[in-house]
Design a protein around this ligand. Structure first.
Ligand SMILES: Nc1nc2c(ncn2[C@@H]2O[C@H](COP(=O)(O)OP(=O)(O)OP(=O)(O)O)[C@@H](O)[C@H]2O)c(=O)[nH]1
Ligand SMILES: [Mg+2]
Ligand SMILES: [Zn+2]
Length: 355
């Protein structure tokens, strides 16, 4: 164990430090733990027990990384060493060298935007993800289903946040649609402009806990973050008239500490959220379909025209929406391509397969 003073220990725990990380740090005596609050182009803004630091990553770490997903990202814990020379200005934020990135407890990933089949880690070491969707004209249940699958893959607990309830004239049918696909995920209906339901979100942002806000542009992620922080740290931007879509106001990911000791990670609205998951999580995310399939006559029933198919029956009676089955099939197809591409890339690169 590192020998640290009580107040240092307290500050670290407020940042989310626990035995999962201290056990790893024990192998690297003398290095200082810090958490990535904001990755920049060539440097990393860090938070440590003694305050902010600026971390530099040695070139060798960049080239040794098998994929971009291995490089430090927002929420990661790193171990650093001080850089002695060249720090003339005593008031400047100390610059340090990032020596080690600790294994992650959880990570929210998606397939990198565009053609490449690479993993992009959006945020690391998060306890809860707020999947934010506006109850305005930009409301979209399919998008929530997609985010939910990624959240279940992440190792963090998802929470569905339906924002802008002050703009919603007919809540019950929308809420009903979300409840049908939520699979018991907690749902919070909020307005960050009039405060409705906002206190309920605080229970997730307690001392040492990290919450990441995810969702399309304009759904109100930064407005919610500012509300919980108690001041306007992030810029917010008006949405387009007509379709209520945002204008990509937030352009970087940043972890901020609340006075309560919890942390929020605000992220830029995602244009595309392509799946990064595995078959097991897909089945678990669609446990309603999996449960029904257990009672289909054939074990390998595809729920098309087979006799005694419990899934088809549930669709006929309206117990299972057709759209739900369609989404499941679409995700399954995307996952099949992803898995095939990944195994192809791994073979082609002849590198050891990643953990
Ligand atoms: N009426 C109403 N407007 C809201 C609410 N929350 C956010 N807004 C407005 O919606 C617009 C977009 O909010 P942002 O917080 O910038 O949205 P964002 O999700 O951070 O968007 P990006 O940074 O582009 O991803 C702003 O004009 C906010 O004032 C709400 O609860 N009610
Ligand atoms: Mg924003
Ligand atoms: Zn069937």
């Amino acid at each position: 164990m590192l020998s640290v003073s009580a107040s240092t220990q307290d500050n670290l725990e407020r940042l989310g430090w626990d035995t999962f990380f201290s056990a790893q740090a024990a192998d690297h005596p003398g290095l200082i733990p810090a958490r990535v609050s904001r990755p920049d182009l060539n440097r990393y803004h860090l938070l440590s027990a003694t305050g902010p630091l600026v971390g530099l990553l040695p070139g060798r770490a960049r080239s040794a990384g098998q994929s971009k997903a291995d490089l430090p990202t927002v929420g990661d814990w790193v171990l650093v060493s001080p850089i002695e020379e060249g720090q003339e200005d005593a008031d400047a934020v100390p610059t340090v060298l990032i020596e080690v990135t600790l294994n992650r407890k959880s990570k929210f990933s998606r397939k990198e935007a565009g053609e490449r089949y690479d993993e992009q880690v959006v945020a690391a070491n998060i306890d809860t993800v707020f999947l934010v969707t506006g109850l305005d004209d930009n409301f979209n249940v399919k998008r929530i289903e997609r985010y939910l699958l990624l959240a279940w893959t992440s190792g963090a607990s998802p929470v569905i946040v339906l924002s802008k309830v002050d703009l919603c004239e007919n809540l019950p049918p929308r809420l009903d649609k979300v409840e049908k696909i939520a699979m018991k995920t907690p749902i919070h209906v909020v307005s960050a402009t009039n405060g409705q339901g906002m206190e309920g979100l605080r229970e997730y942002v307690t001392r040492g806990k990290t919450v990441a806000l995810l969702g399309s542009s304009g759904v109100g992620k930064s407005t919610i973050t500012n509300y919980l922080l108690g001041h306007d740290h992030f810029d917010t931007g008006a949405v387009r008239e007509g379709d209520s879509r945002g204008r990509h106001t937030t352009t970087f990911r940043e972890l901020c500490q609340l006075d309560s000791g919890g942390m929020l990670i605000d992220t830029p609205g995602m244009r595309e959220i392509q799946i990064w998951a595995d078959q097991e999580t897909l089945t678990a995310s669609f446990s309603d379909i999996a449960d029904l399939a257990l009672t289909c006559k054939f074990n390998d029933c595809q729920h098309h025209t087979e006799p005694h198919c419990a899934v088809s029956k549930a669709i006929a009676t309206g117990d299972l929406p057709q759209a739900r089955l369609d989404t499941f099939r679409k995700f399954k197809a995307e996952l099949t391509i992803l898995t095939a591409r990944n195994s192809h890339q791994n073979k082609a690169s002849k590198r050891p397969v990643k953990k």
